[in-house]
Design a protein around this ligand. Structure first.
Ligand code: AMP
Length: 271
């Protein structure tokens, strides 16, 4: 496992590697990240994992400061997984070079998290665009848990004719149904239980909506969620993953997209 903190040293190392499978992360590694890394290792070439908590995608300073960090543990996990290359840039390393391609922000960036986290996706695309320019990976591995992020990155890659293929990876969950997330580290036991109840409730509601579409009443669902102990709901919406349309009748496939707070911790999921 080779660790790089400088883009120049990294570039030197990878200049002769033809196929790089790239897994960008913000650290605080969990089973979700591990599944992406293991998947990437089934592709030919080398796996490169980056750890960088990008301040420009946080719209609140406190959220950035309270984001869980544990580099020592992360490096141990990566070593056990036998990852080839690790890139740990600091702000200066990643933000002080000229980008060749402008970011493309699809209009879907205005929905869901785009409404409640102003500037978030611009920050995400800016950093991903920089990583793609530096690393020129053959593949980039992204989790469907952050569906909107993955969708917007795919659109940017397509529009800007970048030679990288997006590999979407399914959401990994804990036994209690909660999607693995670095932010789960900030939950206490009671909040973790509420998060699990939210997933159970939404799975149950999804079944009912599928049977009887007219039964979907946002206000009642929001009230139920608040009664379960949720502090605040940023959004709960239905979308068809294939065409990003809202389902119109019970035959239309859909997922429930949600962003909610448990005290100060914001969680997102799609079910
Ligand atoms: P993050 O470190 O949260 O920025 O996530 C890095 C990558 O891991 C992103 O592509 C996420 O979508 C993905 N990811 C995060 N949580 C999960 C999960 N529970 N299952 C699968 N992938 C995930």
């Amino acid at each position: 496992m080779k660790i790089f903190k400088s883009k120049h040293k990294l570039k030197e190392e990878i200049s002769n590697i033809k196929d790089i499978s790239f897994v960008p992360t913000m650290g605080g590694l969990h089973k979700g990240h591990i599944s992406l890394i293991k998947k990437s290792q089934n592709f030919k070439g080398k796996t490169l994992v980056s750890i960088f908590i990008n301040p420009t995608q946080f719209n609140k300073k406190n959220d950035f400061l309270s984001y869980p960090r544990n580099l020592k543990k992360d490096l141990k996990i990566l070593k056990n997984l036998n990852v080839d290359l690790i890139y740990l840039p600091n702000l200066k390393d990643i933000f002080t070079f000229k980008v060749k391609k402008k970011i493309f922000l699809d209009k879907f960036s205005k929905k869901l998290c785009g409404k409640s986290r102003r500037g978030h996706f611009k920050g995400v695309l800016n950093i991903v665009n920089r990583f793609l320019q530096l690393i020129e990976p053959r593949y980039i591995f992204l989790g469907v848990k952050d569906f909107q992020q993955s969708y917007l990155i795919s659109k940017h890659i397509l529009k800007r004719k970048i030679n990288t293929k997006v590999i979407n990876c399914k959401t990994i969950r804990e036994k209690n149904g909660v999607a693995c997330s670095t932010r789960n580290n900030n939950l206490n036991k009671a909040q973790y239980k509420i998060a699990s109840n939210v997933v159970k409730y939404l799975r149950y509601k999804k079944k009912i909506i599928k049977k009887k579409f007219s039964n979907f009443k946002f206000d009642l669902i929001k009230k139920d969620l608040l009664d379960l102990g949720v502090t605040k709901i940023d959004y709960i919406e239905l979308y068809n993953l294939k065409n990003l349309k809202k389902p119109k009748n019970k035959k239309d496939k859909f997922r429930i997209f949600i962003a909610f707070y448990l005290n100060k911790t914001r969680l997102i999921d799609n079910i």
